[in-house]
Design a protein around this ligand. Structure first.
Ligand SMILES: *[C@@H]1O[C@H](CO)[C@@H](O)[C@H](O)[C@H]1NC(C)=O
Ligand SMILES: *[C@@H]1O[C@H](CO)[C@@H](O)[C@H](O)[C@H]1NC(C)=O
Length: 324
């Protein structure tokens, strides 16, 4: 019943492609999901598949000016498959803010390691706003689907640990996605703002993790500067209809093919978006796709004083650097 030969072929196959494309992860995850029993599933995994190194992650990194997060999900950590859990570790620089977002498939418990973090939650229409200060050593809960944000209001780097009750929690950044709806719809929903105005606003939406509020930046001597904007919703025929002509000429040029998804839990990159600084951006995904098992960037200091991924579309990594 249990086909050892097939299994060892599979296992060998997996071993030999550790440096290959992320598709090998997809194949393994597919096999794991089809395994008839937990025992069969474990036999598809090597012991090392049950470890995820957040300091040298194979993928799952989201980086902005204010820090970075590392997500371990079924997209890059086959060991979680069938267990219904996943985890994100956040490395927030001084004043770093995880911009408002939701997790469509998971409730999150979020533990602050060493700084009092400022968080806020909107669960649904009619629900009151919840304002939380997550002191070091405490945790809060963000219900599935709730809009929430978190900011490090201190001038020191901070670290959080977020556990999810789904192996593929998903994440949806509110600003980046809302402004990726058709601009005339967004304008109308905001009471009649013009398309040009909407696109002007949209082009400023910074990548997550972004810099937080002015008060913090001033207190910590940080200049906001131009933050990278590679996580905006890609433009396609649907959300940039030809009838809307106010977009800069480059806006519609790239079309849907530019809408390459990045890793499963990341916002898509958007080289297609009109943005003042977009010419500097390559059409690479916002998060590099280093295959699982491939050597990680080795010069990263522990806890990442800089982005762990060097192939992100090269915003100057200003995370964690205090500017005089
Ligand atoms: C956990 O909370 C911190 C601080 O409130 C926040 O910065 C972080 O984004 C949260 N984690 C996730 C995955 O939402
Ligand atoms: C919190 O922990 C991280 C990881 O060890 C470290 O980089 C950071 O400096 C710490 N922050 C504070 C305020 O202790």
């Amino acid at each position: 019943m249990f086909n050892l030969a097939a299994l060892s072929t599979l296992a060998l196959g997996y071993t030999s492609v550790v440096n290959a494309q992320a598709s090998s992860v997809a194949q393994l995850v597919g096999s794991l999901r089809q395994a008839p029993t937990v025992v069969d599933r474990l036999n598809l995994l090597q012991d090392s598949d049950l470890l995820f190194n957040f300091l040298e992650p194979p993928s799952g990194v989201t980086t902005g000016s204010g820090g970075h997060t590392v997500a371990a999900t079924s997209g890059n950590f086959p060991g979680v498959v069938g267990n219904g859990v996943s985890m994100t570790i956040g490395f927030l620089g001084p004043c770093g803010m995880n911009t408002p977002h939701t997790h469509p498939r998971a409730t999150e418990i979020n533990f602050s390691l060493n700084t009092t973090l400022r968080g806020g939650v909107l669960v649904e229409n009619g629900a009151r706003f919840i304002d939380v200060e997550i002191a070091p050593g405490s945790a809060t809960v963000f219900p599935q689907g709730a809009i929430h944000f978190e900011m490090n209001p201190s001038c020191e780097p901070a670290m959080f640990v977020a556990g999810f009750n789904n192996e593929d929690p998903g994440v949806q950044q509110v600003g980046q996605r809302y402004f990726g709806l058709p601009p005339d719809i967004v304008g109308a929903a905001l009471g009649g703002l013009g398309v040009t105005e909407i696109q002007g606003l949209e082009s400023k939406i910074p990548d997550n993790v972004a810099y937080g509020v002015d008060e913090c930046l001033q207190r910590c001597g940080i200049t906001r500067g131009n933050q990278p904007t590679a996580q905006l919703q890609p433009v396609d025929a649907g959300n940039s209809p030809s009838g809307i002509s106010a977009a800069p000429a480059s806006a519609t040029a790239a079309g849907p093919s530019a809408a390459k998804p990045t890793s499963s839990n990341q916002p898509a990159s958007s080289s297609a978006r009109p943005a003042p600084s977009s010419s500097a951006r390559a059409s690479k995904p916002a998060v590099s796709q280093r295959p699982i098992g491939a050597p990680a960037v080795s010069d990263s200091p522990p806890y990442g004083a800089r982005a762990l991924e060097t192939s992100s579309p090269a915003p100057e990594v200003t995370s964690f650097r205090r500017r005089a």
